[in-house]
Write a protein that binds this ligand. Structure first.
Ligand code: GRG
Length: 297
């Protein structure tokens, strides 16, 4: 299977669903709603919703259009985290997805509210109850719980707190791994788990897919560390060298570039091994794992 064509097709499916779901700007809230759309439609890779769709497909289920709001919620959450991560009080970045960051256009208060709006909107999308014929409420609740756990204080937010506290300080490899697991890995794993629930995974399949999610989450962050060292800002669509600027511990700082690359390859291999009991329907997941290793932005 051709991963590029697969990604293009799925990305289009996600883009169309996102555009149709975004609230229509009212005259009073024009600027605020525009600020949400600005970041959401700035052209991300849509890795998390695509992972969710590919996981459901691995289990033999195409996502029906009426369940796309659940899938799109993952991208709203991811985009909120990027907007807040770029704020002056956090990583203080001026470029994201190849465009000025949200606060550069809408100001700091505007960007905080854009993030708040997207996070809240995600839970509005997740909790819509008009498709209970396709997704029983019990399963929907399981998805909401899984995502909330992944992005809260013991997940992404906690990872960000640890990351902020670790700036300019020497930290152990274990601490770095925990930051990666919480800050980046948790939402990636939750995206796979959401697809697993949508695809009606058995307990055994859910566990295997969770291992797959954990491994690609790690590979994703290791590659992000590498790209920060090796990529250019034009290629990445965000400032390169940001980790060094903030004196952040990274995989390349611990292991050097070559060994870091080997660790990313190892994580991808473990992800693919976790899918051993799945047939050809899991080929997109296998290819996505390989793509995460070879991606250039
Ligand atoms: C502010 C609560 C809060 C959390 C922020 C995700 C995050 C936590 C910060 C982002 C910092 C960062 C660059 C992490 C590395 C991995 C990562 C999430 C990269 C960006 O994700 P991509 O590559 O971006 O999927 P696109 O733009 O393609 O969606």
């Amino acid at each position: 299977m051709e991963i590029k064509a697969y990604l293009t097709e799925k990305r289009q499916q996600v883009e169309e669903a996102l555009s149709s779901l975004l609230p229509t700007p009212t005259p009073e809230l024009k600027l605020h709603l525009e600020s949400l759309a600005y970041s959401l439609q700035a052209g991300g890779k849509r890795v998390r919703p695509i992972l969710c769709l590919a996981t459901a497909e691995a289990l033999g289920h195409e996502c029906p259009p009426r369940l796309m709001p659940v899938v799109c919620a993952l991208e709203c959450i991811h985009t909120y985290s990027l907007i807040h991560d770029d704020l002056p009080a956090m990583d203080d970045d001026e470029l994201r997805r190849g465009k000025p960051t949200n606060h550069m256009i809408y100001g700091e208060a505007g960007a905080i509210l854009a993030g708040d709006g997207l996070l809240t909107f995600a839970f509005e999308l997740l909790s819509q109850t008009d498709a209970s014929d396709l997704l029983p409420d019990r399963k929907r609740l399981q998805i909401i719980h899984c995502i909330a756990q992944a992005i809260g204080s013991l997940g992404m937010v906690g990872g960000q707190a640890l990351d902020m506290a670790a700036e300019d300080k020497p930290i152990s490899l274990e601490s770095l791994q925990m930051i990666h697991r919480c800050k980046t890995g948790a939402l990636i794993t939750a995206s796979v788990q959401t697809g697993a629930i949508l695809g009606q995974a058995t307990d055994k399949q859910f566990l295997a897919l969770t291992t797959y999610g954990n491994c690609i989450g790690l590979a994703f962050q290791i590659v992000d560390d590498l790209l920060d060292v090796e990529g250019t800002s034009a290629q990445l669509g965000k400032s390169s060298g940001a980790d060094a600027k903030h004196c952040k511990a990274t995989y390349p700082a611990f292991f050097g570039v070559e060994q870091t690359r080997a660790k990313a390859r190892e994580a991808v291999k473990s992800a693919i091994t976790a899918l051993a009991d799945f047939g050809t329907t899991a080929e997109p997941l296998r290819e996505l794992a390989r793509y995460i290793y070879t991606r250039s932005n």
